[in-house]
Design a protein around this ligand. Structure first.
Ligand code: NAD
Length: 334
């Protein structure tokens, strides 16, 4: 069986996913949802999408009656994910949603509940969960190669351009760098350390309050504490380049990845040598694996379901609360 997917929100990332999907065996791009009729025409030509599988933001609930679409992949700005995912679930289609899955944990939980009620799957676009070098580090950590894990460092950021883009609009982005790129350090801390954090501390710095308005974070440093005593120290920023690095330290070894979450190739080494797993196009691998999860009930090594997305949002909520209060915020994710 092949997972027949429609993409919603035909922007930069949707184009990347669509191109990557041309190499998939188990997933196929068959539909598109856009507010721009021209784009739909172009996508029909470029990807061989039939006109009857194209919708706009007013009428996409009608996907309910389309037997040729199994899932809708939401690649719109963050602030739209919640309502769109709930509408797709109500139309009886599986939902794949880009990260961050919503603006906060409450919204994320509502999406999880809606999909459960509708009997459809909800997956979040955590492409790193299928990346071979990442999975190798996780395997080595589980097998004890690094000994007892003590520390994780995650540094994620880039200098953002155009000040008018949705990523710098509080309503559409839900925040700033933390929602967009800092989430990789949050998520990475969890899959690298292999535990769920129980507390958060955080500090914000802002050098450009014109570009980064109220509620849009420029740079946040945050720390996570884990039940074993391991700690994570992370940096999320929209103001510095060359930040795409993970460092995991245990009593017996380490793993270092740089780049750690970019489109690749990911590079890395451990105390026992270079990571040599071959580069795969992340989005191709992700869609192959997601087809297996949705159609065959396959279990990924690292979860990509709605509950996983909500955990990151709970941490994001706690980081923003810690920035505001200046205090340590306790967390309960399990
Ligand atoms: P983008 O701006 O390139 O594309 C967004 C698309 O949504 C555009 O086609 C735009 O026309 C459309 N849109 C629909 N309604 C809109 C509205 N009300 N306001 C503005 N745009 C609207 O953004 P992008 O980089 O493709 O990001 C889209 C989503 O994908 C975000 O949630 C982002 O976090 C996620 N993303 C994930 C990755 C990844 O590696 N997993 C990479 C990039 C983006």
């Amino acid at each position: 069986p092949v997972l027949r997917v429609a993409l919603m929100g035909l922007g930069g990332y949707a184009n990347r996913v669509a191109d990557a999907m041309t190499a998939c065996q188990k997933a196929k791009l068959v539909g598109a949802i856009s507010g721009t009729p021209d784009k739909l025409t172009r996508w029909q030509e470029k990807y061989g999408i039939p006109a009857k599988n194209c919708y706009n933001y007013q009428n996409f609930d009608q996907v309910k009656d389309n037997k040729d679409i199994d899932a809708v992949y939401i690649t719109t700005p963050n602030g739209l994910h919640h309502d769109q995912a709930i509408r797709i679930a109500a139309a009886g289609k599986h939902v794949i949603c880009e990260k961050p899955m919503a603006l906060n944990a409450k919204q994320g939980q509502e999406m999880v509940d809606a999909c459960k009620k509708a009997g459809v799957k909800l997956l979040v676009g955590y492409r790193m969960h299928f990346e071979p070098k990442t999975l190798e580090v996780i395997r080595l950590r589980k097998e004890g190669s690094f000994g007892k894990i003590q520390f994780f460092q995650g540094q994620c950021g880039f200098r953002i351009g155009d000040p008018t883009q949705w990523r710098l609009n509080k309503q559409l982005a839900g925040g700033g760098s933390l929602m967009d790129i800092g989430i990789y350090a949050i998520n990475g801390a969890r899959y690298m350390v292999g535990e769920e954090p129980v507390w958060v501390t955080a500090q914000e710095t802002k050098t450009d309050p014109v570009k980064f308005k109220d509620g849009v974070d420029e740079t946040i440093q945050f720390q996570l504490g884990f039940p074993s005593g391991a700690v994570a120290s992370c940096l999320s920023t929209y103001q510095m380049n060359y930040l795409d690095r993970f460092y995991l330290v245990g009593e017996k070894g380490f793993a270092e990845m740089q780049p750690s979450t970019g489109y690749g190739p990911i590079k890395g080494r451990t105390n026992s040598g270079e990571l040599t797993q071959p580069h795969v196009t992340h989005q191709t691998r992700q869609m192959e694996e997601m087809a297996g999860i949705i159609l065959e009930g396959k279990q990924p090594v690292v979860a990509v379901d709605g509950e996983e997305g909500v955990k990151d949002l709970k941490i994001i909520d706690a980081i923003y609360a810690a920035v505001k209060s200046g205090r340590k915020v306790p967390l309960k994710l399990v």
